[in-house]
Ligand binder design. Structure first.
Ligand code: KIV
Ligand code: ZN
Length: 536
């Protein structure tokens, strides 16, 4: 067996591929992924991720759950209007209001989809929905029929499918198909199933509902027992041709199947599986970094495919082997997932034109004020750091450009006195949303704590710090530091990132952004979501 890398781009392995082996990638980073505790993306952030998902080549973007809040509705609508290529999908329970909201949010996409779901396991029917099997059948029928009035692309999911009585679930699926559902997704909602069992369930469903052979059948697996990717693979081996997954595996509780693992598994083992996706794998690393930055969820170092150590070799024997022949210890080439393409792009003498060109090559279109802001920050950093790499630029732009959209507070300056002999003291000056500025001071437990509390004093906002993470954008002593912060104001969370050669500066920038997002959300009354019993 060969572990040679085959690039879909160079056509190796494409000849003779059966269309039946093409697996659709349905990305739910912006819906199920966004349901991870502490994550709440605003419209601009969701749009940015959606554009990157389109670049990555996903087939379907589940952009959100439009009924849950006006903010989510607007984000899904903006994605439907702006993002070209993938199908844009909105989630809905079976009620007319849910389906109308989903349709109104996605209708402007050239390829809209409504995804409606209702639980079919007895525990969900009896305890959560407090209804009967017959009523669930009626709701499924009405929901799919209603959705089909709007679009001919309708997905139906029997929630908690893997714990449902299969003959009963088959009846519900049959009803959904009679009403015109074009994709049937059978989720392992609670991450309970095992590969053999999940595959057997699909085999039984195909037997009981022959019409399943004419539509797309889909898997949606949660990772509670660490089996999400293995179960997804079992599903596609049993005949399913859509995998629902999320970047970095984010999602409810332990998360969803990780998109990058599914895509690289199918690519690396294509000779045995005869299955492939349309993913441009060289965009994987960048998509992972973007999602990690915007959600504030860091990727564990040993995470498959996108972890910092996924392609690192520590043992001498391994290093020696890889130097002699990469495939001795590597089954994938790091460049195929977009790693190690960190070329030096710019230096301190580079001008505005060069910056704009480099950014364009990376897929960022900047003009006017946005370009000015990016250029100003680029110059500040280039003065302190000799070379600016593609990864530095990417971090800088993700960080700086978003502050334009966020509005709210801005960091003018800060100073901190830190010593091991007395508590650190910080002073800050903050620009306010009305254009004025305010100063604040605080003596804290550590220099970063002092700065954060001084910012609270200047803005007059009492925020709770929910999460704080520090990382380095690249390797090396002069690497840019990157800080992610999640704060909560009146029950509304906000995430912010900051990038700088000085870690306190990066932390202060991140905190001010997170605060601005949380305050904007709390003013817009955005903490409203689904009643707990109804959330999937
Ligand atoms: O996990 C689940 O069951 C879901 C459905 C809405 C598909 O997320
Ligand atoms: Zn789910």
């Amino acid at each position: 067996m060969s572990t040679e890398d085959r690039s879909p781009a160079n056509g190796v392995g494409r000849a003779g591929r059966e269309p039946a082996g093409r697996v659709l990638i349905f990305d739910t980073t912006l819906r199920d992924g966004e349901q991870s505790p502490g994550i709440s993306l605003n419209k601009q952030e969701k749009l940015e991720i959606a554009h990157q998902l389109a670049r990555l080549g996903v087939d379907v973007i589940e952009a959100g759950f439009p009924i849950t809040s006006p903010g989510d509705f607007e984000a899904v609508q903006a994605i439907a209007r702006e993002v070209e290529g993938p199908v844009i999908c909105g989630l809905a329970r079976t009620s007319k209001q849910d389906i109308d909201a989903a349709w109104n949010a996605v209708r402007d996409s050239p390829r809209p989809r409504i995804h409606t779901f209702i639980a079919t396991s007895d525990i969900h029917i009896e305890r959560k929905l407090q209804t009967t099997r017959e009523d669930v059948k009626g709701q499924a029928r009405a929901a799919v029929a209603h959705a089909r009035q709007y679009t001919d692309d309708v997905e139906f999911s029997p929630e908690d499918g893997s714990r449902s009585d299969v003959p009963y679930m088959a009846e519900v699926i049959q009803i959904a198909l009679e009403e015109g559902a074009t994709t049937i997704n059978v989720p392992d909602t609670v991450g309970y199933t095992m590969p053999r069992e999940y595959a057997a369930m699909f085999e039984e469903l195909y037997r009981l509902v022959p019409a399943l052979g004419e539509v797309t059948v889909s898997v949606h697996c949660h990772d509670d027992l660490g089996l999400a990717v293995a179960n997804s693979l079992a599903g596609v081996e049993a005949g399913c041709r859509q995998v629902e997954c999320a970047i970095n595996g984010i999602g409810e509780r332990a998360g969803n199947a990780s998109l990058e693992e599914v895509a690289m598994l199918l690519r690396t083992r294509e000779p045995s599986l005869g299955l492939w996706t349309g993913i441009d794998t060289t965009e994987i690393a960048r998509t992972s970094r973007l999602v990690s930055r915007l959600t504030g969820y860091q990727v564990q170092p040993n995470k498959a495919i996108v972890g910092r150590n996924a392609f690192a070799h520590e043992a001498g024997i391994h290093q020696d082997g890889v130097l002699k022949e990469r495939r001795t210890y590597e089954i994938m080439d790091a460049t195929t997932v977009g790693l190690r393409s960190n070329s030096i792009v710019l230096g301190k003498h580079s001008g505005r034109h060069a910056l704009r060109k480099a950014l364009e090559e990376m897929g960022f279109e900047l003009d006017g004020q946005m370009l000015n802001t990016a250029f100003k920050r680029f110059k500040e950093i280039a003065d302190r750091k000799k070379v600016i790499t593609a990864m530095d630029l990417e971090a800088l732009v993700t960080d700086e450009l978003r502050s334009e959209d966020i509005g709210g507070f801005g960091l003018e300056w800060f100073e901190v006195e830190a010593s091991s002999r007395r508590p650190p003291h910080a002073r800050v000056s903050i620009t306010l949303p009305d254009g004025g500025s305010a100063k604040g001071a605080f003596t804290g437990d550590g220099p970063i704590d002092a700065v954060f509390q001084a910012i609270d004093a200047a803005t007059g906002v009492g925020a709770k710090l929910n999460d704080f993470a520090i990382g380095a954008v690249t390797e090396g002593q002069d690497a840019l530091g990157e800080v992610s912060v999640v704060v909560e104001v009146d029950g509304c969370t906000g995430a912010g990132q900051g990038v700088s050669t000085d870690i306190i500066d990066a932390a202060a920038r991140a905190y001010v952004r997170a605060l601005s997002v949380a305050v904007a959300r709390s003013e817009a009354g955005e903490q409203a979501g689904l009643p707990e019993a109804a959330a999937p």
